[in-house]
Design a protein around this ligand. Sequence first.
Ligand code: AMP
Ligand code: GLY
Length: 429
Amino acid sequence: MKLLVIGSGGREHALAWKLAQSAHVTQMWCAPGNAGIAAERLEKNQAPVQPVPIGAEDLPGLLAFALEKKPDLTVVGPDNPLSLGLVDLFQEKGLRIWGPNRQAARFESSKAFSQEFMERHGIPSARSGLFEETSAAKAFAASLQGRCAVKADGLALGKGVLMCTSQAEAESAVDEMLVRGSFGAAGSRIVIQEYLEGTEVSLHALCDGQTARLFPVSQDHKRALEGDQGLNTGGMGAYCPAPFLNTEQLAEVETLLMKPWLAGCQAEGIDFRGILYPGLMLTRDGPKVLEFNARFGDPETQIYLTRLENDLVELLEACVEGTLDRIELKWRPGASICVVMASGGYPGSYQKGCPIDGLEEAAGIDGVQVFHAGTASVEGRVVTSGGRVLGVTAVGPDLKSARDTAYRGVEKIRFEGAHYRRDIGAKAL
Ligand code: AMP
Ligand code: GLY
């Protein structure tokens, strides 16, 4: 099979790495890819994964490439091309592609849609309201004593959520979005949710429109600094399994959340084929959905795919074909963890082009897999080219040993300004 993978982050490196191990794959392109992806080879025939200089949001460019090369399957990593309708475009031209279509991707591209869907189908979530007008928004925030999350409706690169703990903060967040328009069109409608307290976890479920297969529970670390301080980021590290839900509680989540979600999709004619990634808060009143994403998490992908034993091509094909009910997910026993190494200054502005040393030494440690995110190859050297640079990932018989291994890997790698959190996984130990 010939595959085209779309995206350039750590998630896409993990996808390409895992797909390259499939017995079905004989050729793979990645648009646009990164330095780590370009260094991967297919297990079946040792062919290199070929980077293609087409951006993940260049829909006409991607379509033209696919019509010429005729990949047997295209795999979409990031959310933007999904919400722009890449899947619909490929399907109209008879090209096989994995990922939700535009309508199904609205679970991520519109927080208002998601919130209303949850209310229609009785999926536990935060108390919330939907607003386009400031005075009603501020009155609702006041009914929550100002303790709330103010969210832009549309995609905002993970930055469209302002957490508020007082009415003054809430009012300024509302003005920021609805009056000053700081989030552009994404923020012309807002969702305000009550501020939920509890432990936050990530769920992932592969879906084929009829069946959803849940992954083990994981936990991301969204804040930039140790002890969950600093600004929100795309994710500074993750691990699985996260020990906050036992088997019975996970079964309860399946009943409370996944069943009504699937039934709701069917009732509304939403054909979700891809991966649903709900962010969940485990509150004293039970699990509640904070948001839905319609793609793999980053860095969750890195920890899941290093433990997944199934052939990933077969799983993605089953989503496209609607045959997921015949497949059982198999996980390597033990745990996995990913520690993100970021550029100095991230999630604010940062320098690019810093040479990275020690990659081979880190990768040489038993159990370590170094996934590239913001890297590029310049004159044969790997240099930084983004905020999140690397995801040093490790597997082990338990979380503690996986964690020790991952940090041994991190210590081998050097680039100017590198920063990472030393407490990834600490909450579980
Ligand atoms: P979201 O993009 O909606 O997941 O929000 C980003 C982050 O903000 C989440 O991962 C949570 O850490 C936090 N957050 C969002 N909504 C709430 C809420 N209602 N209560 C508490 N924290 C929240
Ligand atoms: N790990 C956070 C995200 O992928 O949105």
